[in-house]
Design a protein around this ligand. Sequence first.
Ligand SMILES: NC(=O)C1=CN([C@@H]2O[C@H](COP(=O)(O)OP(=O)(O)OC[C@H]3O[C@@H](n4cnc5c(N)ncnc54)[C@H](OP(=O)(O)O)[C@@H]3O)[C@@H](O)[C@H]2O)C=CC1
Ligand SMILES: CC(=O)[C@@H](O)[C@H](O)COP(=O)(O)O
Ligand SMILES: [Mn+2]
Length: 384
Amino acid sequence: MKRCCVMGVTGSIGVQTVDVCTAHPEAFQITSISAGRNLAQLRKLIVQLPHLKAVCVQEEADCLTLTREFPNLEWVWGEAGLLRLSEREDYDVLVNALVGFVGLKPTLKAIEAGHDIALANKETLVVAGAFVNAACRQHQVALLPIDSEHSAIFQCLQGNRRDQLQRLIITASGGSFRDLTREQLKGVTVKQALAHPNWSMGAKITIDSATMMNKGFEVIEAHWLFDVDFDHIDVLIHKESVIHSLVEYQDHAVIAQLGTADMRLPIQYALSYPDRLPLINSQPLDLAAIGTLHFAPADFTRYSLLGLAYEAGRKQGTMPAVMNAANEEANAAFREGKISFLDIEELVIDACRTLAFTDSPSLDAIFEADHQAREFVKSHLKGA
Ligand SMILES: NC(=O)C1=CN([C@@H]2O[C@H](COP(=O)(O)OP(=O)(O)OC[C@H]3O[C@@H](n4cnc5c(N)ncnc54)[C@H](OP(=O)(O)O)[C@@H]3O)[C@@H](O)[C@H]2O)C=CC1
Ligand SMILES: CC(=O)[C@@H](O)[C@H](O)COP(=O)(O)O
Ligand SMILES: [Mn+2]
């Protein structure tokens, strides 16, 4: 029996994690959860979880309201509440389905407490991969990928020798605007950007997919998860999202993982690894019905944030933290209608080119870089 703490339970990955766990009560129990502000969704989930002991919400007022509604549960709130959940002893694995930089501290705290991590929250590895890996080594905990491409790579690595690995090939759908020219990108709306061609996901990652910031993050995430240098991580445009990623070995054998666009598989594999369980209510992949798969090289001019992410990954220091924080702010500003789609990349690139760079930063310096980048973007929004 694996006991899980699910952070970000009300989101896209969080709800699917509950689906996976409740479909396999013999294998998984959810003992603690966190939500942000979506109390309606939270209430629906709480009643599905018979083993639940503790809940964290973002706001103190919501915590007080819900304490009265569910007095048998332990309630905490805010960042301190997330850290309290992280260090609880009544779970084995943290499913981190928070979105953004807020996921970093709870991950580090959970690792220090000796809990394995099933990680969807890629921003954690983008900004502080070296710290997370060092903590995992020190406390001997496992870091299991949930992101579909990284789960695919993880599956392709099973049973093969790591020293014979040549290259990782991360597939990319191209996002909502893959068929538009840069000229056409000037007039796109938030609603259009949120219509991902293949995946149903939270708003922030869907916009990141359209700018390809998501793919850039995934390149850095792959570097930290699999210890592969950036010259040996490629991005391949594959518009069907059927091949979730590929691994090439030194004999040029290429091993791929294929499947329908269903995040419940990578979530379940991260929790059941090394076992595989049936995936409830899912259809097998029908390649004959799909017929044709397409591939194309990634265009670094069309997607400048992808090129920026390679640069940040290679340069390291505070650059990935600045890139991530500027992107979080610019992505949110676009969704709020404050800036245009192309302003996102301009702000992120500006922040990376303008803000001071620190090599080999401490964790505190990473938090400071995150703060500076957010202030940088906010000050440009005021001037816009
Ligand atoms: N969705 C997907 O298919 C995939 C997602 N990922 C990654 O997984 C992570 C989660 O993505 P996704 O599920 O789409 O995101 P969602 O936006 O759907 O969910 C985010 C969750 O985090 C909570 N949350 C947001 N901000 C805060 C905060 N400041 N404090 C506490 N809780 C907060 C939300 O709470 P509430 O809604 O209650 O406010 C919600 O529960 C991201 O890092 C994403 O890149 C990776 C691969 C695929
Ligand atoms: C489902 C998942 O893992 C997302 O990160 C997905 O990869 C987004 O799709 P693209 O970034 O390839 O458009
Ligand atoms: Mn992905």
